[in-house]
Structure formats: C-alpha cells, structure tokens
Design a binder for this molecule. Sequence first.
Ligand code: ZN
Length: 183
Amino acid sequence: MRCPYCTSIDNKVVDSRLGKEGESIRRRRECLKCEGRFTTYERVEEVLPSVIKKDGRREAFDRMKILHGLTKACEKRPISMEMLERTVEGIEKSLQEKGLKEIPSTVVGEEVMDRLHKLDEVAYVRFASVYRSFRDINEFMSELKDILSNKELKAVKEAAVDKPQKQEEKNQKPEKLVLPLDS
Ligand SMILES: [Zn+2]
C-alpha cells in the first residue's frame, strides 16, 4: 500500500473498522516517512473452497467459468441474466456452507447440475452434454434417459388419443424430429 503523498510503502494502521454492510474493512493509515494519513478499503473476500480437479491439481473456484457455462447452456432459453447470476450465487453459497477448504470438481459439477435442473430442463440437458466429464458417464446417461422418458411419456399421453402410431415412429427415428429438412 503506497502512500498517496510520497509513495513510500511503509505505513502503520492507526484505525480499522468494518464497513457498513460488513463486506469491507476501512483502514486509516499513517505514512511512516511523511506522516501523511490516508484511508484504504479492503474487500472481505468470501472464502470459497479450492477445487480439486480430476488429476489432483487444485484451482481457485472460478465463478465466471460457471456463469459462462450456464449462459451457454441457457442460450435462447427464457432465462434472464439475473436468474443466472442468482443461480451462481446460490451455488457459491451452498459450497461455502459446506465449510470445506477443498472440494472435488465433481461436487461443484453436481451442484451446478442440480440448480440447472430446477431452472430449465432443456438447458440442463445441454449443460450435461458439455460438462458430463464432471460426473460418471453412466449416471449422466441414466439421468438423461429419465428426462427423455418423462418427456416421451408426456408426449405419448398427449398424443394417445389422436396419433399413437406417429408417436411410435418418432421414438424410433428421433433425428427426423431434429431436422425437419425433408418436409
Ligand atoms: Zn508518505
């Protein structure tokens, strides 16, 4: 911390108090060289556990990385940026509440998946397909199957009255649903 008058880095703290919301510390400092007084504000970093990657390396929890992933998953979905921000905050909070210094990346991944599942199912499936390395592939596939079979069930119920045969056809050739080029 350099003195704003003489740029010396030697100073002492003469007063220290917590900011209004408790998220910053205000320190009154006195330069040891010129005796000038100045104030510094230090943000209290919310302590997040570091993330243990699959290969054992540790890295800092990266909120932007998660927000970016969520944004990508929710592209063209009716999800506002604010909802995404809140989702990331929720993830951070529940990771903090675990009270651990280190946390496996799979736990972070699952937390993200859970939140996204509640937020938007389509986005969830998209995210899962990108970030499936976070979790066990079999687990991912059974999760995906559940979602798809739920949707199919719903679709079958809806279509049961008029066109049950068409539904069967759809189930066999899902690619025709995705690319309506031959219509
Ligand atoms: Zn000074």
